[in-house]
Ligand binder design. Structure first.
Ligand code: ZN
Length: 359
């Protein structure tokens, strides 16, 4: 089962639904259908709409700063807007992080004013009782969902939740991003452990789920930050391998396997009539049954999507681009000419050596 399901796009940003949210929507739909009571389904749809708008607020502020959002993943308690780069300016990270909960509080406040104007303030308490008898109750539920989502996301200072991002950006004003991230991820992990233990004791499955999400997210955030720090100042041209062995798209896999055995690289650019047309890797070859190697050609199994990077770009950018695309290597192209190839192995080897030199 996949983790995320693409459901559409909004302002050109792909929107994905996390499997937990999908199951929740289905569950509430079935529940409503079987009990002939539409309320549970209305709640969950309202939560879905609110989370979407919350994430959109983050994305629009990020876009205003020129930071590209590659996708938005919706989770029942919030979402993740995957940015194409790490924020380098604490002011920007602060503004992007606060935009989501800020939107919830503004919308919540506006709903409250409308509720008050129509004399419905008495409907709000008790806070955790949700009843829908008319339009006013619908608005009251909308108010509560927004306030809860805003509070939950802003006031838990655990990366990668919004509160954690706000916390990190505030630290970064004083300490800079690398040190701020070390502290913020450490605290986030402690909070996650505390949440998980509370979840086990209560017991509350949601808390355990969120704890996992926070722990894994904080760990990744910390690792990426450390890699960013170690690779800083290094360019693609410093780490790429220039001994590029290109293969022709017309040769058979049998012939390709021989070249691979001789040269011992894991990935090769593919050319046809002198033009770059794709890339073929060891894993492309290993997917084809051995008996078909003599009939199939490199052009049949190569990856046609060309992921490239310039030699003057930062090594960390190469790392992020590979991680996002889920590939192991990028072709280094300078003014349309292939000048090298950079692989995750090249980057990891450099990191290993640098780690060794540091201690
Ligand atoms: Zn958020």
């Amino acid at each position: 089962m996949r983790d995320n399901y693409r459901i559409g796009s909004i302002f050109g940003i792909p929107l994905e639904l996390h499997v937990s949210f999908l199951l929740l929507l289905l569950f509430f739909f079935m529940y409503s259908a079987f009990t002939l009571n539409p309320e549970p389904f209305i709640y969950i749809v309202m939560l879905f709409a609110t989370v979407t708008l919350h994430e959109l607020s983050h994305s629009l502020v990020a876009r205003r700063y020129g930071i590209r959002i590659s996708k938005i993943t919706l989770l029942p308690f919030g979402g993740i807007a995957s940015m194409d780069e790490m924020p380098k300016d604490p002011k920007k990270e602060f503004a992007i992080a606060i935009a989501g909960p800020g939107f919830n509080f503004i919308v919540g406040g506006l709903s409250l004013m409308v509720i008050a104007a129509f004399g419905g303030l008495g409907e709000i308490s008790p806070f955790f009782e949700l009843k829908i008898r008319g339009l006013m109750d619908l608005l009251v539920v909308f108010f509560k969902v927004n306030i809860l989502l805003g509070i939950f996301n802003l006031f838990i200072p655990a990366l990668p939740m919004d509160g954690g991002r706000v916390f990190r950006s505030l630290l970064a004003f004083k300490l800079g991003f690398p040190a701020a991230t070390e502290i913020a991820t450490g605290i986030a992990k402690l909070i996650a452990i505390f949440m998980a233990l509370t979840g086990v004791l209560l017991p509350n499955l949601w808390l355990i789920f969120i704890a996992f999400f926070v722990y894994i997210g904080a760990t990744q955030e910390g690792e990426v930050s450390r890699i960013n720090l170690m690779l800083s100042g290094l360019k693609v041209k410093d780490l790429m391998s220039t001994q590029v062995v290109a293969v022709d798209s017309d040769i058979t896999l049998e012939e390709f396997a021989e070249i691979m055995f001789e040269k011992r690289h894991m990935g090769y650019p593919v050319v046809s009539e002198g033009k770059l047309v794709g890339i073929i890797t060891f894993s492309d070859l290993s997917r084809v049954p051995r008996e078909e190697w003599s009939i199939k050609r490199v052009g049949d199994v190569m990856t046609k999507r060309l992921l490239t990077i310039g030699p003057e770009e930062e090594a960390f950018e190469a790392f992020m681009r590979m991680a996002r695309a889920g590939v192991g290597r990028l072709l280094v192209v300078d003014e349309g000419r292939l000048v090298g190839i950079i692989s995750k192995t090249d980057l990891l080897r450099t990191l290993e050596i640098m780690r060794l030199m540091r201690y």
